[in-house]
Ligand binder design. Structure first.
Ligand SMILES: [Zn+2]
Length: 331
């Protein structure tokens, strides 16, 4: 039988939503706030399914007609708002799909649920158009706004929604989940967990990546050889990452795990604490070469590079700066 995706480690949010259902106090508008792959869509879908389920429980039953429709993505009363332009949700998108549609009663379910992914992409005009709807929604209507950055929503919108923040999930919970559900060995699960930093979606992505070993080896080859490499070689290597369906930040995250290992080994001299245990020789070498301060500077530089990539600063320049820092502080 088909099933809804399991939700891992989001007890607080789930508890909040279940309580609201139990007490009959479901709000008309929610903001699910959290980084990419942190589970916003999974939770929104599950919550919507619960609200529409014929069973009227605190979880979707998974067998009724409504649940089936949701799993197949064709429930008439759950509207995933789409947008024409890739990088913005315009006032017309909101008017046609939400504002003008919301007064039509639900087709079959008790509720009509609008899910706006990437809600931070709504233009101010779009948000203002939505505002009236959020202020006085029909009894049956519920809006779910998913966003990576709540701050880019208008305060007037935020103040009328219940915000639920996606929290990082503990490493132990993610590791157990990966091993039980994806049947990967202990060692690989640890790498995925370290890489994901509390983000279940990212951990699953790496755990299920067909070319996991290849990605890992490429990245480690890169960090180990940075002192000898020219900027253009590194830029080229990193750009190839697109082929692996990961993004550049994922690459940088794997690099970071390696440098954290170096720092950890320098501090403890203990192989057991390491994520890349099988890389022990190169880790010892780097730990002997670099100072604590040097490695910390490199780790900070990787963080900074990730932020700059998000802010769309010139890619080659970001990598060049990062490399210079690594070369200077890693020797
Ligand atoms: Zn059901």
């Amino acid at each position: 039988m088909e099933k809804f995706e399991t939700i891992v480690g989001m007890e607080q949010i789930l508890e909040h939503l279940k309580n609201a259902i139990r007490l009959g106090k479901v709000s008309h508008a929610y903001i699910f706030n959290g980084e990419e792959k942190s589970g916003k869509k999974t939770i929104a879908k599950n919550f919507a399914a619960t609200l529409q389920c014929e069973d009227r429980g605190e979880e979707p039953c998974g067998v009724c007609k409504s649940c089936h429709q949701i799993m197949n993505g064709n429930h008439p009363d759950i509207i995933w708002v789409t947008h024409e332009k890739p990088n913005s949700i315009g006032v017309d998108d909101i008017r046609t799909q939400v504002v003008n549609d919301i007064s039509l009663k639900p087709f079959q379910g008790p509720n009509k649920i609008y899910i706006i992914s990437e809600a931070d992409k709504m233009t101010p005009q779009a948000q203002n158009a939505l505002l009236k709807t959020i202020e006085e929604p029909p009894e049956y209507a519920i809006l779910l706004l998913l966003t990576e950055n709540e701050e880019s929503l208008l305060p007037t919108i935020i103040s009328r929604c219940v915000t639920l923040n996606m929290k990082p999930v503990s490493n132990e919970v993610i590791k157990t989940y990966l091993m039980e559900n994806y049947h990967i060995p202990d060692y690989r699960a640890e790498v995925c967990v370290a890489f994901a930093q509390g983000n279940v979606g990212k951990a699953i992505m790496l755990a299920t990546a067909e070319n996991f070993e290849h990605i890992k080896n490429e990245t480690l080859h890169l960090v180990k050889n940075i002192p000898q490499l020219e900027v253009y070689e590194v830029v080229d290597t990193i750009k190839q990452i697109v082929d692996f369906k990961l993004n550049v930040n994922d690459y940088l995250d794997i690099m970071m795990v390696w440098y954290r290992d170096v720092l950890m080994f320098k501090a403890t001299n203990d192989v057991n604490n390491l994520i890349f245990k099988d890389e022990i020789n190169s880790i010892i070498k780097q730990a002997n070469k670099s100072s604590y301060r040097g490695i910390e500077i490199i780790i900070q530089a990787i963080e900074k590079a990730k932020e700059r990539i998000k802010a769309n600063v010139n890619f080659d320049l970001i990598i060049e700066l990062l490399l210079m820092t690594i070369k200077e502080n890693g020797k």
